[in-house]
Each structure stands twice: as C-alpha cells, then as structure tokens.
Design a protein around this ligand. Structure first.
Ligand code: IMP
Length: 429
C-alpha cells in the first residue's frame, strides 16, 4: 500500500503545488478531495509558471491519472478553461482526467451570492472569501438541494433542483443585489446541459477507481487544499473555508477507508501567511511584513490579494500536526526567510493560552529572535543547498527547533521555487 496525503499545515498557500509536483513524478494517480477553485497551486516548470485551481498539481507528468473527488465543488466553466489551457501546454492527454459523479457543481448564482455577501454582508458575514461560490455550493450540499455532476445527466432533475434553489435563494439574492440577481432557471439549465456533454466522458465512481488503484499497489498521491487553520470544523471558525481541509477528509472526500492511508505529510512555509479575515497571532506589520511579502511573492494565486505575513507559529503548527496526524513535515520557502535581515519565531502564546484554533483569537505571541540570522550570504547558501548538511548552521538549528516542537520529522525541505531546489529526506512511496 502506497498512499500519501499531502495537506497544508497553516492557512493555505504553503507551497502545496510545488511539493505535489515534485512528488507526482513518482505517482501513478494524483487526487484532490475537497474545495474547488478557491485553491491556487503554483507550479514552476523551467521558465514557465502554471497555476492550477481545480486540477491536481500532478497534471504536469504524462501518464499520471488526475482525479477530482466527491468532496469537491466544481465550477464547470473554470474546469473547462483550465483543462483546455493545460492541454494546449501539452499536459493532461486523453484519458488522464476523471471527475467524481458525486462532486457538486458551482453555478453562477453561487458565485453571485458569495460576492454580494462579501460586499454587503455585515459582521462575520464578511469572511474575505475568494468569491468563487464555494460556501454557497457547500451550503446547498448540506441543505440537500445541491446539484451533483451525476444530476447534470438528467435535465428534468436539474430543472427541479434549480427551482428549489431559486425558491430558497431568491429572497437573499434579490434583497442584496436587486431583481436581476435572482436565479434564472432556464438560463442555468441551458448551461448545465452543455456541461453535461463535456463532463460525461470524464465522470465516474472515483471512490472505486482510487480504491482499485490502492489495492493493486499503485502509488497514490492525495492533495489537500487550503490549510489546517481554515478547516470548517477545526480551523478559526467562522473565518474558515466550507470544507474539510484536514487529512481525515481525504477518505470521505474520495470514498476510501482510513486504513488505505500510509503517510500524511504537512506543508508549512518557514514563515506564515494568511489571506482573508480572521485571527493570525504572529502577523508582522510594517517594513518587515512588507519585505516578507515582497521576497515571498505573497499575493493570492487565485485572487491576487496581498497576503498578511508573519513569523512561523509553532503552537499552531503543532495543532495542525495533531489534527492531521502528520507523519512528516515539508518546510517550504526557506530561502525567503533566509533573505530577511532578522527573523523571529512564535514559540508560545502569552498567558499559557492553549494552542487550539478557537483560542487563536485571543492569543498574543511570545516571539523569539533567531540567532545568527541576517548574514547576506545566508540566502545564496540556502538556495544552493541540495542536502540538509549543505544548509548553514543557523538554518539547520531553525529546522531542528521546528521538529523538536512539533514532534514530526522532516520529510522534505524546499529552498527555492524550481524543482531542483528540493531536498528529499524521506521516500514518498
Ligand atoms: P472561501 O474558501 O472562498 O469560501 O474562503 C474562505 C476563507 O478561506 C477566506 O479567508 C479565504 O481567503 C480562505 N481561502 C480559501 N482558499 C484559500 C487558499 O487556497 N489559500 C489561502 N486562503 C484560502
């Protein structure tokens, strides 16, 4: 059995795209299990940069089967545009893509509602979402009025479900956006009929497909989206996404059992970022924060929004290690931290606040300055390192500290954006 789940261990944007891409060359199948095109996974292939939002980041390798699971919400317009762009780039050839019959579909009224709530909602209605309709689509799913990929193949069913959604959503859509903001059942049904045609050859029972692959000894790589602190149940609620971002969600979101998972790797940047509203105790404002953002290119891959930047939050990372059951840690963007004139780490919270997600709201960080940081030669040495022993001592000490605090061994360290700038410390499969 060779199944590895890779998840974000912070607030998303930890560098999952690069790590999954680095591992996918050895995988037979790469699957996503939750979220939708709120994710943005950046791959750097030579001088080309590719951002995928729905398709797993393993798409760059010929012969790797890419799979979208039942736990996802899929915007067919975005899906088709992304597939076409990848195919123009020579990726995702015939037969290399499958979509779950049970994944839910995002319609234009979901996106509209998401945006209107962000623009006009009050208080905690403003989450700082990606406005992609993710929350409203998951609401429909939990409300038993969602429209799944399999429903698209039954036009009468689609129309009945659209009418149900119109009756539920029109009061809110019209009160926020005016009469033309309501659900146009006929127009949506016509669009759905088009999607049915193009999705039919790709749709299948993904649970059975992945289960068969695992049982037959294939190497299966499962890619999480967002990060532990954005998890619907265990993140900084209500400032979270609407799905399970944790490794446990891989089973439910694909339709396989927990015994099928062999390893769980959590990805963390060497520092921290957050985009959207909600607590972020180790945030740094001012020049140092701006410098981290600039050096790290910390602007949303999906929305272009500037991300808040801060120091690595060890208690939050340990919490992510527990909630995911991490067996290995992948530390990314070490070169960015090495370029900082000074660097700090959040070692605890004042007053002994427990490191649960809900307590982060009140937590004030206890920051410790990293010793011997700020030598301008540090960054070049980090970028050129290809083994752990090549890293300068202050950087190795930093990694040791993270491992000691979380109790999770290092599996991979990334020292730059390119594939070559990756130090593997453990076999993925
Ligand atoms: P939603 O997932 O669009 O509903 O957004 C809910 C929260 O999750 C917002 O704070 C978003 O900024 C955040 N979020 C969603 N997807 C990502 C991601 O891929 N990276 C970072 N933050 C994300």
């Amino acid at each position: 059995m060779s199944t590895l789940v890779v998840v974000g261990a912070q607030w998303g944007d930890e560098g999952k795209g690069k790590v999954v891409d680095a591992l996918a060359s050895r995988a037979d199948l790469v699957a996503r299990y939750a979220g939708g095109n709120n994710a943005g996974h950046t791959l750097v292939l030579g001088d080309r940069k590719i951002v995928t939002h729905l398709i797993p980041s393993g798409c760059a390798y010929p012969g790797t089967l890419c799979v979208l699971g039942a736990g996802m919400v899929i915007d067919p317009e975005v899906f088709h545009a992304e597939v076409a762009a990848l195919q123009r780039g020579g990726m995702l050839q015939q037969g290399e893509l499958r979509v779950s019959l049970d994944a839910h579909v995002i319609f234009s009224f979901h996106r509209r509602l998401d945006g209107l709530r962000e623009d006009l909602g009050r208080g905690s209605a403003k989450i700082g979402t990606t406005r992609r309709g993710i929350g409203p689509a998951y609401e429909a799913k939990a409300g038993r009025r969602g429209i799944r990929v399999r429903d698209l193949f039954q036009p009468a069913r689609v129309s009945a479900l659209l009418e149900l959604n119109r009756d539920r959503l029109d009061p809110e859509l019209i009160s926020l956006g005016g009469p033309s903001a309501g659900v146009d059942v006929a127009a949506e049904a016509a669009r759905a009929a088009g999607w049915a045609q193009s999705l039919r050859p790709l749709a299948c029972d993904v649970g059975a497909l992945v289960d068969d692959a695992i049982r037959s000894g294939q190497r299966v790589l499962i890619e999480g989206a967002q990060g532990a602190l954005l998890d619907l149940d265990h993140g900084t609620y209500p400032y979270v996404t609407s799905s399970t971002t944790l490794a446990g969600g891989a089973c439910a979101g694909l339709g396989i059992g927990p015994m099928a998972i062999k390893k769980v790797w959590g990805i963390t940047k060497a520092y921290a970022t957050r985009v959207g509203a909600g607590p972020f105790p180790s945030r740094v404002d001012g020049e140092l924060g701006d410098l981290l953002r600039r050096e790290g290119g910390e602007f949303g891959a999906t929305t272009g929004r500037p991300r808040d930047c801060g120091w690595l939050d060890l208690p939050a990372l340990r919490y992510a290690a527990r909630t995911n059951g991490l067996s290995g840690l992948c530390v990314t963007k070490l070169d960015v931290l090495a370029a900082m004139p000074e660097a700090w780490i959040c070692a605890a919270y004042e007053g002994g606040v427990a490191p649960g997600a809900d307590e982060l709201d009140q937590a004030r960080p206890v920051l410790e300055r990293l010793r011997d940081w700020g030598d301008p030669r540090l960054v070049e040495r980090v970028k050129l390192a290809r083994r752990l022993v090549d890293l300068p001592p202050p950087v190795r000490d930093y990694l040791d500290r993270i491992v000691e605090f979380t109790g999770v061994p290092l599996a991979l360290v990334s020292v730059g954006a390119s594939r070559e700038q990756t130090i593997f410390l453990e076999e993925a499969f």
